[in-house]
Write a protein that binds this ligand. Structure first.
Ligand SMILES: *[C@@H]1O[C@H](CO)[C@@H](O)[C@H](O)[C@H]1NC(C)=O
Ligand SMILES: *[C@@H]1O[C@H](CO)[C@@H](O)[C@H](O)[C@H]1NC(C)=O
Ligand SMILES: *[C@@H]1O[C@H](CO)[C@@H](O)[C@H](O)[C@H]1NC(C)=O
Ligand SMILES: *[C@@H]1O[C@H](CO)[C@@H](O)[C@H](O)[C@H]1NC(C)=O
Ligand SMILES: *[C@@H]1O[C@H](CO)[C@@H](O)[C@H](O)[C@H]1NC(C)=O
Length: 284
């Protein structure tokens, strides 16, 4: 037992001293507070679907899921959420799963995470974040959708500001709500503004306007320590326009070194099955 505790302590110390928070950017790198380049291996943990909470808790305890993430050698989690959870934050797990008639998931949740069945969905996010922090996993909080559902299509009402479910004010309030959770959790190192903007409404003027608004009124306003991850147009395949007008030029100096651009590249992303990312680099 002593030996185990000793090993655990060493692991924690090693991880703690491998980087110094908070992070910022330098050129195309993320650096820690001492200027050392940080490389992260992140796994996506979806939490933006109809249940309004991180998926999988009907199959295993939160602690065990995080231990599996550690075992996979991941150093970071991209935790997705919907704006809906920020607007129904008092709904309990029991109510959320019952309302969707998810009888088996409800039973599974009670078996694997019995103490949390009457917690609110917002508190489930807190507990997941706390557990990730306990095991020294860094977190990127990703606003995936407004209406909780699978993402993404051109016509799902979640693609661009002004779409059926994508209300600008609700989105700003939702970002603030989640940013508030990061204040006492320094291992949450980044928040993204929105996953994969897309659809018929997409345009550059509104992109710049809303991106800058969310930075100034929500993310940096609530927690200036955070990296801010910004998605391009057309499902995040196109960031070409930031060459002529970087978002950095539109925000105060203190925030400029917090800006991170996000580009997506899949085998089905119009670029074919190329083994390198040169095509997407060309659009930036
Ligand atoms: C994780 O890293 C350790 C140490 O570098 C290595 O032995 C192990 O094979 C890795 N595990 C996976 C799943 O990649
Ligand atoms: C859940 O089941 C009830 C009763 O069978 C039904 O009326 C309701 O529409 C169902 N709700 C959903 C979300 O499927
Ligand atoms: C959850 O709430 C129900 C109904 O109020 C109660 O019977 C049950 O004991 C509670 N469970 C926990 C773990 O708090
Ligand atoms: C911010 O978080 C604290 C807990 O850390 C909570 O008490 C408070 O209600 C939250 N405020 C908002 C506006 O969500
Ligand atoms: C990227 O978006 C810009 C601005 O909307 C547009 O002019 C350009 O054609 C797009 N490029 C590609 C490769 O789709």
């Amino acid at each position: 037992m002593m030996f185990r505790m000793f090993v655990v302590n060493i692991l924690f110390l090693t991880n703690i001293y491998s980087y110094e928070l908070p992070f910022s950017t330098l050129g195309n790198s993320i650096i820690d507070a001492n200027g050392a380049v940080v490389r992260m291996r992140c796994v996506n943990w979806p939490g933006s679907m109809e249940t309004l909470m991180p998926e999988g808790l009907q199959h295993n305890s939160i602690d065990n899921i995080v231990l599996i993430i550690k075992q996979m050698n991941m150093t970071c989690v991209r935790l997705t959420y919907s704006i809906d959870v920020t607007r129904s934050s008092d709904l309990t797990v029991y109510q959320s799963l019952s309302r969707l008639n998810l009888t088996f998931a409800l039973q599974g949740f009670m078996n694997n995470n019995p103490s949390l069945i009457n917690s609110t969905v917002s508190n489930i996010f807190n507990t997941v974040l706390d557990t990730l922090g306990k095991y020294n996993i860094l977190v990127l909080l990703d606003n995936h959708v407004s209406k909780a559902m699978w993402c993404c299509s051109d016509f799902d009402g979640n693609g661009f500001w002004g779409d059926r479910y994508f209300d600008v004010e609700q989105w700003i309030d939702g970002l603030k709500f989640m940013a508030n959770k990061t204040i006492d959790r320094p291992y949450v190192i980044a928040m993204s503004l929105r996953n994969e903007l897309r659809g018929v409404r997409q345009n550059q003027p509104h992109w710049y306007h809303n991106v800058v608004r969310a930075i100034l009124e929500a993310i940096s306003f609530v927690n200036p320590r955070l990296l801010i991850v910004i998605s391009g147009l057309n499902y995040d395949l196109n960031l070409s326009f930031i060459r002529s007008l970087p978002v950095q030029n539109l925000v105060p100096i203190s925030i400029q070194k917090k800006i991170v651009y996000e580009a997506h590249w899949y085998s089905w992303s119009y670029y074919g099955l190329l083994s390198d990312c040169n095509h997407i680099k060309d659009t930036i």
